[in-house]
Ligand binder design. Sequence first.
Ligand SMILES: Cc1cc2nc3c(=O)[nH]c(=O)nc-3n(C[C@H](O)[C@H](O)[C@H](O)COP(=O)(O)OP(=O)(O)OC[C@H]3O[C@@H](n4cnc5c(N)ncnc54)[C@H](O)[C@@H]3O)c2cc1C
Length: 413
Amino acid sequence: MQDRFDIAVVGAGAVGGSLACGLSELGFSVALIEKTATGADCQPAFDERYFGLSHSTMVALQGLGLWSAMSEEAIAVSRIHISSRGHFGSVMMDARDEGLPSLGHVVPARTIGRVLHEAISERDNIEMIAPATVISASTTQEAAVLELEADGLTRTIMADLLVGADGADSQIRRLFHIGQKRREYNQSALIANLDVQAPNTGLAHERFIEDGAIALLPRPGAGYAAVCAVSNSGADRLMTLNHTEFGAYIQENFGNHISRITTVGERSRFPLALVRSRESVRNRLVLIGNAAHYIHPVAAQGFNLSMRDVAALLETLDKARTRGLHPGTLSVLQEYADWRKQDERAMVAFTDGLIRIFMNPLLPSALLRQQGLLALRYLPGLRGLFARAVTGRLGRQAALMRGVPAAAGNAHG
Ligand SMILES: Cc1cc2nc3c(=O)[nH]c(=O)nc-3n(C[C@H](O)[C@H](O)[C@H](O)COP(=O)(O)OP(=O)(O)OC[C@H]3O[C@@H](n4cnc5c(N)ncnc54)[C@H](O)[C@@H]3O)c2cc1C
C-alpha cells in the first residue's frame, strides 16, 4: 500500500472521476478518495438523473477514452425547442445551424458512474480508496497531507497536490476554512423520468412557465428526463401529486409539443442556490466542480462547466511539469484559476440571466421574457452566443475540449 502520490483527489463523482482518469493518462499517480462504496445504489453523484452533455464535453470524454462506452447508452440532441407558456415567439436551435453533428448528448448519470469506475479500476496508477472518511487535511511546504479512515484503519496519505472534488458541500473547502458566496434562488429542481407514446427524435425542450422552467431531455429509447425548476412552494405542491397527476401537470404545460405521456417515474428534489467558493486555489490545493461552483441547472451546464475545469487543470499541470514544476506549485495553480475565472463568470451570468428574464413572474419580467424569446429568434448574434454557451464553446478552450489529449496538446505548444 502506497502512501505518497503525485495527486490526491477527494470525491469520485463525475468531476473527480474524470479528472483522475485524465491525470492517470498523463502519468501522474493518483489517490482517489470517495466516501460512498463503489457501485453503491445510494451514490448521490450517479442517481436517476440524465445529464445533458455539450458537444465539447463529449469530445473531451472521447479524448479521455471514456466516451465510446458511454455512447452505447446515450442519445444525440439535434435540436432544442425553447418556448414560454402563454407567449408567442418560440425558438428552435438546430445543430445544423452551428455546423455540428449534434448540440450535445443525453446520458444517464448512472452510466457515467459505471464507465468511470470501470476505467478507474483498470488504471494501475490510480488507487481508489472507498468507502473512506477524511479525518483531517492540511498542507505543508512539502506536501498535502490527508488523514483517512478506510477499512477500519487510519491511514495518512501525502501528495504534491490535493484536489477537492467533493461536491457543493465540500468537506475539503470547510477543512481549509474557505468561505463561499451563496445566493438562494428559493427554488427547487424536481426530476422524474417520463415515457411517452412516440419514440423521440433527439428533440429537447426548454419551456418557461409561470412558476419557473421545465426541461425535457430526450432519453435513449422513448421518453424524457424531466427537470422542473420551480419555486419552493410550487415544488412542495408538486411533490404531493401522485404519478398520474404529475404526468398531467407536465402534459398540460407542453400541450401538443410532446406526444402523450404514458408512464411517470419517481420524483427527486434538489434545492437550488448559486454557490461559489471564495478561493479555488491555495498552495498545494485546488477545488473543482461543484466544490468550486454550484450553478442552477436551468441550462444543464454544471457538469459541462466542470469538465472544462478538468480539461484546463490537466493542461496546466502537464505544461508545468515540462517546466520542471510540481503540480502543487501555487503559481501553477493560480494560472489555472486565472484561466477558469472568465468561463465561470460567463456561465453564472448566462444561467442567472435566464433565471432573471425567464423565471420571474412579475409583469416587467413577463414582457422581458417575450422580448427575450423574440431577440433569441431574430438576433443571430445573440442566438449564436446562446448556442456557443450551450455547446461549451465560449472563451479559451483547453486542448482536450477540442479532442486533443492534454499531453498531445502540450507537445504541439
Ligand atoms: C437536477 C439537476 C440536474 C442537472 N443536470 C445537469 C445536466 O443536464 N448537465 C450538466 O452539465 N449538469 C447538470 N447538473 C449539474 C451536475 O449535476 C453537477 O455539476 C455535477 O454533478 C458536479 O459533479 P461533482 O463531481 O463536482 O460533484 P458531485 O456530483 O456532488 O460529486 C461529489 C462526489 O464526492 C463525494 N464526496 C462528498 N463528500 C465527500 C467527502 N467528505 N469525502 C469523500 N468523498 C466525498 C460524493 O459522494 C460524490 O461522489 C444538474 C444538477 C442538478 C441538481
